[in-house]
Structures are given as structure tokens and as C-alpha cells.
Design a binder for this molecule. Structure first.
Ligand code: SF4
Length: 228
């Protein structure tokens, strides 16, 4: 779904304040904005901003069936703490899982196919009706994101709203403290980046935060690049 050019310009002009940006998006695109969240180590601040701006906004969570139990508990705790009342599970169809991963061990021998089945395809389908998707991506997260805009227009016309795109790691940390946001319980156990349980390992002090994801494999991304 593409968005009218005047709305895009208005959102760009509203982009300095994350809460204001999301309020305006929800007002101008009623029912047309959804947030994406993994309820991982870095998810709390974006979700707090969504809750302050529009607590009814759909928050799409990829329920791969392979999460740590701590992630599912954190999802419930954070939603309750913030007053988010529209968190939605996005899952692959049971028939697709039965067909393509009957033993549940696809992750071990073809993780790209597993992420495609459990993440990429279900999310593509779930996000089709929306004109704008809110993500927690930031420029500081990766060398590939150094030019990430707050309001991003994709080639198909769908918007990505990245309200924290320009925030530094220090600003994020301070704001998390100021808001008193609960941390994912696995962060304290050495997991600075948290994905599905079979594909996530704790990392040692000083190691790259994402080195515990698909450890030992060349794979570094699940292929969706949007969930923060
Ligand atoms: S992160 Fe691992 S378990 Fe999760 S969908 Fe990807 S390959 Fe499968």
C-alpha cells in the first residue's frame, strides 16, 4: 500500500520527536501503521514510544515457535508494563511447517530456509495491508545503516518509520533508564542480541554483540532487516 506524498512530507517534518512522529502517523493513516518487534535485548525503548503515542497500534511479533521461554515471558511483561494492548503473533501456517520442517530441525542444516519459512514469508504476508511499518533500527547498529532515514520510502511505496534512527547508543541507554524500562532477562546472562533459542549463544565481554547469533555459521541476518 503506498502513502500520499503530502502525508510523507508531513511525517518527515514531524520526525524530530519519535512520539510526535508516531502519533501523526497513526492519525493520518488510521489502521495503516504497525510496529515490528522481536521483544529482544533492544526492543524496550521503541515499544515504550509506541505505547506512549498509540497503545492500540498493532505490534507484530514473529512467533517462530523457537523462542527462549524468557523471550515469551518478557513479551508478556513488557506489554503489560507499557500498556500495549494489540501485540499480535505472526506465525507460519502449520501446514507449511509440517511440509517443510517436519522434524523441527531445519535450523540445524538449512538456517536460511528455516528463517524464510518462519520469519520472512509470514512477515511479508502480515505486513501487506499496512502503509507504514515502525521499526527500532538505528544508524549506530551497523555499517549498512549509516544513512538510515527516520522516514524511509521503499520501492513499493510502503513507508518504514525508524523513529530512533539517529539516536546514539548513549542516548538510547539514558532514555531507557529515564523511563525505567525492564530489560530482557537474558541480557544479564551474556546475551546482548537475542533471537531464536537454537541459533543464539551468549557472548564474552568485549565480543561483537551479534557474534552469538548463528555462531559458527556464515549467516548473520535472518533476511528481514526490519525487526528491532
Ligand atoms: S533464527 Fe534459527 S530457529 Fe529461528 S527461524 Fe532462523 S534458523 Fe529458524
Amino acid at each position: 500500500m503506498s502513502v500520499d506524498a503530502s502525508i510523507i512530507e508531513h511525517l518527515k517534518a514531524s520526525s524530530a520527536d519519535p512520539v510526535h512522529l508516531l502519533r501523526e502517523a497513526a492519525r493520518l493513516l488510521p489502521g495503516g501503521v504497525a510496529a515490528l518487534s522481536s521483544f529482544g535485548a533492544e526492543s524496550a525503548l521503541l515499544l515504550a514510544i509506541v505505547a506512549e503515542a498509540a497503545p492500540d497500534m498493532p505490534v507484530l511479533f514473529l512467533e517462530t515457535g523457537k523462542h527462549f521461554p524468557q523471550t515469551l515471558a518478557y513479551r508478556a511483561e513488557l506489554a503489560r508494563f507499557l500498556g500495549l494492548n494489540n501485540v499480535q503473533d505472526v506465525r507460519p501456517a502449520a501446514s507449511e511447517v509440517a511440509d517443510r520442517d517436519p522434524t523441527g530441525e531445519l535450523w540445524a542444516f538449512d538456517p536460511d530456509a528455516c528463517c524464510k519459512l518462519r520469519k520472512v514469508e509470514p512477515l511479508d504476508l502480515a505486513t501487506l495491508p499496512y502503509g507504514a511499518l515502525v521499526t527500532g533500527r538505528k544508524r549506530v547498529q551497523a555499517s549498512t545503516r549509516t544513512a538510515l532515514p527516520v522516514v524511509e520510502v521503499k520501492s513499493d511505496g510502503q513507508l518504514r518509520l525508524n523513529p530512533l534512527a539517529l539516536w546514539s547508543a548513549e542516548e538510547v541507554e539514558q532514555e531507557i533508564k529515564r523511563r525505567g524500562l525492564p530489560a530482557h532477562p537474558l541480557v544479564a546472562q551474556g546475551y546482548p542480541s537475542i533471537g531464536c533459542e537454537p541459533c543464539t549463544r551468549p557472548v564474552s565481554e568485549g565480543q561483537d554483540a551479534r557474534s552469538g547469533r548463528w555462531a559458527g555459521l556464515a549467516k548473520t541476518e535472518c533476511g528481514i532487516h526490519t525487526v528491532g
